[in-house]
Each structure stands twice: as structure tokens, then as C-alpha cells.
Design a protein around this ligand. Structure first.
Ligand code: GDP
Ligand code: MG
Length: 538
């Protein structure tokens, strides 16, 4: 397959708008998986992904499709041409926006799926901008048109007013009944450009994702940007400097299918004898060891925004937890782990996550897949404290912030996010109140259409880490949609809140809070404790 007959695309959508179902239908349509294979959402392989209906890890699938050339060359009748289509699935959540951006870097276009009844939601906006800023062709797909409340015309108007997308470009589909699906792949072929790489240039491969397989070791998903890669080749990583010999090369069709070679523009997998997924950095450039190449742009190391302590629920289980964490991090290299000990909870770990969902998923996998029982401390964000002697301290565990530092704290910094909130207009008042209670600053306010409002806020990350989304959902009877991206650090008036039991500080309960909230948070905590702890006479 020359690049002209390859298309690399992704599907992006707000959660539940039908991304996975549409992906399944396309895999069926091309015979990549059998109809009714009994396992819906083929690309969501992890148990948590199935349960929560979200994609956590990027997956790819290669499809072969015979495209009827009728539309292009009418005089030749029903002649068909075989195309190689690579569906690069992306994680569907902001925590993974870096991973999403790397997956999109392997694509030239996306299907932007929008629910015909719900219309544009917060993640639709975030996803649109990710794709738009990467310069990708965007094909709007209005899905679920079979629903009685579907209103595709209204959605077309929203796409036009918010993103300047031409209403006549929108495809109307139902991934459930199959209606309109026949237009999807022809649109992919006609509208999305072939991959632009150079076949004659030295090899450059983009590392999309990796996972650990008991038998084969680390398996990396890659996109061949330039050149060709073959089994047996010696390759190097621009990020780590390590070199490997390729033991296996192939495509995901939809399982690992060895081909021995991947050509320019192809997406597939490699097995290279890496010991751990820590060696496989998402966004890294792989190249032939004999050449020197310019690394592909866009690589960033993982950024940990939420930290929490993990302790065995039963003190004696430390080794069990240790083992479980080691095995799980084999498959999730984006978690940072260091040992810590707490006087209250004993020996445990301080873990850094990309975000809240990432943390939840990690906990859930520890329990479900590795049978570990854990206690986790209240999540915290990385604060920076500057002292009068000029030193700086990044605090990932509030207990480690000195209560009586040697020199005075001059400035405190906390991370913020830019949040996008979309709500029906009747809830505007209560949502604005919530955001100001959470120390938010409104940046934007506009109407999407007559019924719905779009707002942008800058909020301290700390304020959304605990319970923000639940509260937003309950204030709006579940109608709010919410998304956020990391923004800068801001100066803030922060203090450490210690909890003392019987005159002893409990390290696991220390938190860092805004001065104005310290009293309230402290009172609430102590009142809660009073319910659980009996009064002892000293
Ligand atoms: P994702 O979160 O975007 O991956 O969404 P899913 O593909 O998991 O779909 C969410 C829900 O919507 C599932 O219960 C699907 O069965 C359902 N669904 C998907 N496409 C359609 C459609 O075209 N019509 C209807 N009525 N339901 C759909
Ligand atoms: Mg899904």
C-alpha cells in the first residue's frame, strides 16, 4: 500500500455519544471483526474501560476497505480500489490530553461524533480544538439520529456557530440501526489526506502507546512517519537513547498480525524486547540506529497533577500491594511511584497521576485486576512554596511541608485549570455560585443556542480535585457537561492545616488550603472525626 491508498483517522466524541459503537460498526463493515462478535466495544479492552464506558489507553485497528471508484472515475464503472484504513482510537478524557495529542499526530483527520439529541457538549469542544490545532480535517458525524428526540438540524446549527463547520459536510448516522454508515468510510477516503511522510527518508516512527504482554513483553503501537521498518532492524529511541532489535513487526487486524514490515504512513505494532513500558515513552521517536534523525516534534514527559498516598488496608499486606503496584505500573508507565511512610498508616506509596480519572482508574485496576486492598489519602495537587532565603519547595505531600520552616514563606503557587462548562440556561445562577465558592474566575460566557450556555472559568486545580464534578452534576440534575485543561500556576494565599488527635499531629490528614477556607475546612473535618472517634481521657 503506497501512502496514497492509506488513511489514518481517529474518532473523537463527548462520552456516550457513540464513539465506541461507531468504531465497532466500521470494524464490522470492513470484515475486521465478525458481526455480533458478542463483545461490544472491541477497542475498549480493559475491564475498567468497559465498565466506565471510557477509553483509557489508545488502541489502533487496521482495516482493509474496497472503495468503489464510481464517484471519482465514473467512466470505469464499478471498479474498486483497496485502501488501508487505520483507526487510531484515543483516550476520551482530559487527563490524557497529551496522549490524545500524540494519537492525533499520527492522523490526518478525525470523525467528530456528536449525539443528535444532546448536541455539542464540553468534551466535544475540547476535542474539536485538539483536532483543529493539530491541523486535521474534521468530518462532523451526527450520530443517534434514530432517537425520538434527535434534532440534527439544531446540532448542525451549533457546529456552524461554534466551530464554523459547514452544515452540508455533516454525516447523519445511527450506529445502532446502521443508518447512514455507508457514507462514513467513503468520506474518510475522499476528504482526509493521505499520510504525508517520505518513503525515501530515514525511518522515523512515532510511539503512540504501549502495553505489557505476559508472553511477548512490551508491545508498542507505532506510526511510521517516514521510511520503512522491518523485523530484525536495529532501532534506537530518541527519548531514552536505548537501542533494540525488532523481534516482531505487524498490524492490529484487529489482533496482533505479523507482517514483518511497516511502510511509510502505516500504523502498527512492534515488539523490541523492552523490559518495561517505562522505556516506551508516549510521543517518543524511534529510528534506525545507523542513522541520526531529527526527533518528531511534540514529545513531553508525563506531568503529574494529582498526588495521593496509597497504603495497604491491612498493615501486613505491604508486600502484596508492592507487588500489585509493580505489575500495574508495567502497564501504566505514566504513574509516578515513590515509597513513603506515615506514622498513622505505616509503609505505603506516594503516587502521582495525570489527573483525577487516571487516579480512579489506577485504584480500580489495583483492586480488580491485582486484588490489592488500599486506603488512599485525600488527593492533593503540587504546590510550590518560595522562602525568604530564596529556596523553593514543591510539595506533593502536605505532611512534608514544614509547619515551622526555618525561613519565612514569601509566595505560594498553586496549579490552575481552564474549565469549560456547558449547561441548560436555567442552571446558570447555581453554577456561577458554585464556581465562585471554588475560587473561580469567569473568562467567558455565551449562548450556544436559545437553551444552552457555554462558560469558561479559571479554577484552582485543588478546588476541582475533590467533588467538583459530582456537585456540578447534582446542581444541574445531571445536565452539565464539564471539561478542563491544565493552565498556569497562580499566586495564592495558602496555609497548612494540621489535624491533632490527643495533641499529636496525624500526618496522613494534613492538607493545604486557602487561608480564607482554613477555618471552615478545619471545622468540617473535626466534626466528622467527632462522629467516628470516641473521647478518651488522657
Ligand atoms: P462512547 O462513550 O462515545 O464510546 O459511546 P458508546 O459507543 O459507548 O455509546 C454510548 C451508548 O449509546 C451505548 O449504550 C450505545 O449502545 C448507545 N448508542 C451508540 N450509538 C447509538 C445510536 O446511533 N443510536 C442509539 N439510539 N444509541 C446509540
Ligand atoms: Mg467508548
Amino acid at each position: 500500500y503506497p501512502p496514497e491508498r492509506i488513511r489514518n483517522f481517529s474518532i473523537i466524541a463527548h462520552v456516550d455519544h457513540g464513539k465506541s459503537t461507531l468504531a465497532d460498526r466500521l470494524l464490522e463493515l470492513t470484515g475486521t471483526i465478525k458481526k455480533g462478535h458478542g463483545q461490544p466495544q472491541y477497542l475498549d479492552k480493559l475491564q475498567v474501560e468497559r465498565e466506565r464506558g471510557i477509553t483509557v489507553k489508545a488502541q489502533t485497528a487496521t482495516m482493509f476497505y474496497n472503495y468503489k471508484l464510481d464517484g471519482l472515475k465514473a467512466e470505469e464503472g464499478h471498479e474498486t480500489q483497496a485502501f488501508l484504513l487505520n483507526l487510531v482510537d484515543t483516550p476520551g478524557h482530559v487527563d490524557f490530553s497529551y496522549e490524545v495529542s500524540r494519537s492525533l499526530a499520527a492522523c490526518q483527520g478525525v470523525l467528530l461524533v456528536v449525539d443528535a439529541a444532546q448536541g455539542v457538549q464540553a468534551q466535544t469542544v475540547a476535542n474539536f480544538y485538539l483536532a483543529f490545532e493539530s491541523g486535521l480535517t474534521i468530518i462532523p458525524v451526527i450520530n443517534k439520529i434514530d432517537q425520538p428526540t434527535a434534532d440534527p438540524e439544531r446540532v448542525k446549527a451549533q457546529l456552524m456557530s461554534m466551530f464554523d463547520l459547514d452544515p452540508s459536510d455533516a454525516l447523519l448516522t445511527s450506529a445502532k440501526t446502521g443508518q447512514g454508515l455507508e457514507q462514513v468510510l467513503p468520506a474518510v477516503i475522499q476528504r482526509i489526506a493521505p499520510p504525508p511522510g517520505k518513503s525515501n527518508s530515514p525511518l522515523r516512527m512515532l510511539l503512540l502507546d504501549s502495553y505489557y504482554d505476559e508472553y511477548k513483553g512490551v508491545i508498542c503501537h507505532v506510526a511510521v512517519v517516514d521510511g520503512t521498518v522491518r523485523k530484525g532492524d536495529k532501532i534506537s529511541s530518541a527519548g531514552t537513547g536505548h537501542s533494540y532489535e525488532l523481534l516482531d513487526v505487524g498490524v492490529m487486524h484487529p489482533e496482533l498480525t505479523p507482517t514483518g514490515v511497516l511502510l511509510t504512513g502505516q500504523v502498527g505494532y512492534i515488539v523490541s524486547g523492552m523490559r518495561s513500558t517505562k522505556e516506551a515513552r508516549i510521543g517518543d521517536t524511534l529510528y534506525h540506529s545507523r542513522n541520526t534523525v531529527e526527533p518528531l516534534p511534540g514529545f513531553k514527559p508525563a506531568k503529574h497533577m494529582v498526588f495521593s498516598g496509597l497504603y495497604p488496608a491491612d498493615g501486613s499486606d505491604f508486600e502484596v500491594l508492592n507487588h500489585a503496584i509493580e505489575r500495574l505500573t508495567c502497564n501504566d508507565a505514566s504513574v509516578s511511584i515513590s515509597k513513603e511512610s506515615s506514622t498513622a498508616l505505616g509503609l505505603g506509596f506516594r503516587c502521582g497521576f495525570l489527573g483525577l480519572l487516571h487516579m480512579d482508574v489506577f485504584h480500580q485496576r489495583l483492586e480488580q485486576e491485582y486484588g490489592a486492598h488500599v486506603i488512599s489519602t485525600v488527593p492533593t495537587v503540587p504546590y510550590i512554596f518560595e522562602y525568604s532565603d530564596g529556596s523553593k519547595l514543591e510539595v506533593q505531600n502536605p505532611a512534608l511541608l514544614p509547619s515551622n520552616p526555618k525561613s519565612r514563606v514569601t509566595v505560594c503557587w498553586e496549579p490552575t485549570v481552564i474549565a469549560t462548562i456547558i449547561i441548560p440556561s436555567e442552571y446558570v445562577g447555581s453554577v456561577i455560585t458554585l464556581c465562585s465558592e471554588r475560587r473561580g474566575q469567569q473568562l467567558e460566557y455565551s449562548f450556544i443556542d436559545s437553551q444552552r450556555v457555554f462558560m469558561k472559568y479559571r479554577l484552582p486545580l485543588r478546588e476541582i480535585v475533590v467533588d467538583f464534578y459530582n456537585e456540578l452534576k447534582s446542581l444541574t440534575s445531571g445536565y452539565a457537561s464539564f471539561d478542563y485543561e491544565d493552565a498556569d500556576y497562580q499566586q495564592s494565599d495558602l496555609v497548612k492545616l494540621d489535624v491533632l488527635l490527643n495533641g499529636q499531629t496525624v500526618d496522613a490528614m494534613a492538607t493545604i488550603v486557602h487561608t480564607l477556607k482554613a477555618q471552615r475546612v478545619g471545622r468540617e473535618l473535626v466534626e466528622k472525626l467527632k462522629k467516628f472517634i470516641d473521647r478518651y481521657v488522657i
